[in-house]
Design a protein around this ligand. Structure first.
Ligand code: NAD
Ligand code: DAU
Length: 361
């Protein structure tokens, strides 16, 4: 039985990954979820999972070496899946320091603690012990809007925002451990995820939430920037496939071949909301293209991201199973059916609860 240490499992992708893993492996795995519960971490994302005997939550900072090492010492961990990070580009432009701390120091701490727990006296590592570092396609920079250039695993790094620079640095930390110590790790670089439990600072949940409440829908710049959207459960599957079947030491791009302009995403959301909401729902009258508001562009805004997922497809047989048409509908339905989740997150009630709950721990 594998014992997983998942970092950032209370966040958007981490929580979807934990749900996916228990759905796939049931009682055959154990997961320890280490999360600091920043504004982006929400234990409500793990409802149902928290009752399992083979699941444990530890509130901790990945920069806290003593606590992380203790978790390794007290548990027979043979898999690490490292999601924890500051993840929002706009916040990194306003306040870069916390990105440097968590994404660089935190990743180095996780790698150091895994190395200390797994390295044998002769410098080799315990067999079948693996670390997977979850990263982003933003490390590759920006592509021209030509519809034919792509990010490959070999594309040189060219990060522009403090967020992507900190993620690029974290990738290099893991790469240096692989190159120097033969540290048993993989790196995945993934395109924009969407799906349930995404914090409404990110484009898709923000637009859904604002449209339902009749608030303006901010479009940065000309709205023609392109992102490559991937349904989060397909990402979770890809991570598991890379960890179990990938070649140790290698990196894998995970992407949906699903490029969309921001303005088209927004219009699709509005159209789908109109279709899904019954006439009797008072929120339906709020949903209108009149809410679309062009605002000052994001500083250093990358124009286009597009992943070439050829390697993971050819070597591991992974492909994005969820089409955008199906995925966006499922996502919008989830937010409509979970308005209490959104209300809790946007009101800050859950953060207050955790602050009170954990203030003396
Ligand atoms: P998120 O912001 O939703 O979640 C991050 C989680 O990490 C939260 O639960 C937060 O509490 C936790 N965390 C933050 N700082 C911590 C610390 N110091 N110690 C312990 N826990 C801490 O992020 P996400 O969108 O789920 O992204 C997860 C990972 O995937 C990140 O590494 C991100 O760079 C990467 N990624 C995200 C996307 C995307 O589209 N969202 C795409 C590619 C890669
Ligand atoms: O590409 C992977 C990355 O995708 C991840 O590494 C990041 O963690 C994740 O946040 C995401 O970054 P983006 O900056 O692409 O995502 P965001 O949802 O913030 O923005 C998507 C696009 O929409 C981007 O071009 C900016 C634009 N945008 C965003 C917001 C929040 C708007 O036009 N209006 C908005 O209000």
């Amino acid at each position: 039985m594998h014992t997983y240490l998942v970092t950032g499992g209370a966040g958007f992708i981490g929580s979807n990954y934990i749900h996916y893993m228990f759905k796939k492996y049931g009682d055959d795995i154990r997961i320890i979820n280490v999360d600091k519960l920043t504004y982006a971490g929400n234990l409500a994302n793990l409802k149902g999972v928290d009752e399992r005997k083979n699941y444990e939550f530890v509130k901790a900072d990945i920069c806290d070496r003593e606590t992380i090492q203790r978790i390794f010492n007290e548990n027979d961990i043979d898999r690490v899946v490292h999601f924890a990070a500051e993840s929002h580009v706009d916040r990194s432009i306003k306040n870069p320091e916390v990105f440097i701390e968590t994404n660089l120091l935190g990743t180095a701490t996780m790698a150091n603690c895994a190395k200390a727990a797994w390295e044998k006296e002769d410098g080799s590592f315990l067999p079948d012990h693996k670390f997977l570092h979850v990263s982003t396609d933003e490390v590759y920079g920006s592509l021209p809007d030509d519809g034919k250039s792509y990010f490959y695993e070999t594309t040189p790094y060219d990060p522009h925002s403090p967020y992507s620079a900190s993620k690029a640095g974290s990738d290099f930390i893991i790469k240096s451990y692989i190159d120097t110590y033969h540290f048993p790790a993989n790196i995945t670089n993934t395109s924009n995820n969407y799906g349930p439990f995404q914090f409404p600072e990110k484009l898709i949940p923000l637009i859904i939430n604002n449209a339902l409440s009749g608030k303006s829908l901010p479009v940065y710049g000309d709205g023609m920037n392109i992102r490559d959207w991937l349904y989060v459960e397909d990402h979770a599957k890809g991570i598991d496939m890379v960890q179990e079947q990938g070649v140790l030491g290698e990196k894998y791009n995970i992407g949906g071949h699903n490029e969309r302009r921001n303005i088209d995403i927004i219009k699709t959301i509005l159209k789908t909301l109109k279709e899904l909401l019954p006439d009797s729902d008072p929120r339906k009258k709020n949903v209108s293209e009149d809410l679309i508001t062009y605002v000052t562009d994001r500083k250093g805004h990358d124009r286009r991201y597009a992943i070439a997922p050829d390697k993971i497809k050819e070597k591991l047989g992974w492909y994005p199973e969820t089409t955008f048409e199906v995925g966006i509908r499922k996502t919008i339905e989830w937010y409509l059916n979970n308005s209490d989740w959104m209300e809790n997150v946007t009101s800050g009630a859950y953060q207050k609860y955790y602050d009170e709950m954990y203030c003396n721990r």
